[in-house]
Design a protein around this ligand. Structure first.
Ligand code: CP
Length: 299
């Protein structure tokens, strides 16, 4: 795809090509650009991993960064997102990465902006590069997706990670289940619901999610300790997981809420591996969109 906005835009073959490209970056030193290329990262919501790993990916590819800080930009004077992106394009950005609180913010941009847009997260909508790094982590572990049991547990309803992953993992052949408070499940999600006690015993991948307090209009279903006991992954539950099963989490983590502190860096955990893979998939995504643009900017 010209832009990278949702996982639905990516076919099976394209996904595997992108993952191979990311794996290639994981295995080999970075490529150098054949000319000066400018990237701008426009983050209107907080981020540590996505923002910094895009920066690392851009630097690894030899791109030049045009710094943008929402709080000190003319957005504060009322400039719209469209005018902001159009301005960056006019100044010379070759690619923009955008994180924004508005779901599908990219719909007003995609047909009017002539440089690739990479979605770094849109409200409760999509987070395609998180999906790619999760897919790469699962592929590295199991070599395939067919028949892998993935349980996504926690605040599914508010999670753009869950939404992106659920659709694409199923399309790639995985069996996808959800767990967590039923109050946070839609009718559709309830069709694939499993209680945590059962989930830990058959899951190949336990994908734990953070409770997104910032997106909750309603009161929490339980206090942190009660939530941990009922819906979180504790050491007792982790002991019942299959020997080959892994634990994932997109982070940031609420330690001792959705996952026990002791499990975050345990042998089964791939949480920091996911973050490392984030740099490689973002290099692959940047390289993909720049190669597509004007017949390729990277050597
Ligand atoms: N997983 C993730 O998107 O983390 P950040 O919000 O820190 O970027």
């Amino acid at each position: 795809p010209e832009h990278v906005l949702t996982m639905e835009d990516w076919g099976r073959e394209e996904i595997h090509e992108l993952l191979d490209k990311a794996q290639d970056f994981a295995n080999h030193p970075s490529k150098l650009p054949s000319q000066r290329i400018y990237a701008a990262n426009l983050f209107f919501e907080p981020s540590t991993r996505t923002k910094i790993s895009f920066e690392a990916a851009e630097r690894n590819l030899g791109l030049d960064l045009l710094h943008f800080e929402a709080d000190t930009s003319s957005v504060k004077k009322g400039e719209t997102l469209y005018d902001t992106v159009k301005t960056l394009e006019s100044i010379g950005a070759d690619v923009v990465v955008i994180r924004h609180g508005k779901e599908r913010y990219f719909d007003e941009l995609r047909n009017h902006i002539n440089i690739p847009i990479i979605n770094g997260g849109d409200g409760c909508g999509h987070h395609p590069t998180q999906s790619f790094l999760d897919l790469l982590t699962i592929k590295q572990e199991f070599g395939m997706f067919d028949g892998i049991n993935v349980v996504i547990a926690g605040d599914i309803f508010h999670s753009r990670v869950a939404r992106s992953n659920l659709e694409v993992l199923e399309r790639l052949g995985a069996n996808v289940f959800v767990s967590g408070p039923k109050e946070w499940m839609s009718e559709e999600l309830m069709e694939r619901y499993v209680p945590m006690d059962e989930a830990v015993e058959f899951a190949d991948v336990m994908m734990m999610l953070r409770i997104q307090h910032e997106r909750h209009a309603v009161k929490m279903v339980a206090g942190p300790q009660k939530y941990h006991e009922q819906y979180g992954l504790n050491e007792e539950k982790a002991q019942r997981m299959k020997p080959t099963s892994i634990i994932m989490h997109p982070a940031p983590i609420n330690r001792n809420v959705e996952i026990a502190d002791a499990l975050v860096e345990c042998g089964r955990s791939r949480i920091f591996k996911q973050m490392k893979n984030g740099v490689f998939v973002r290099m692959a995504v940047l390289s993909h969109v720049l190669e597509n643009q004007q017949g390729g900017l990277l050597r």
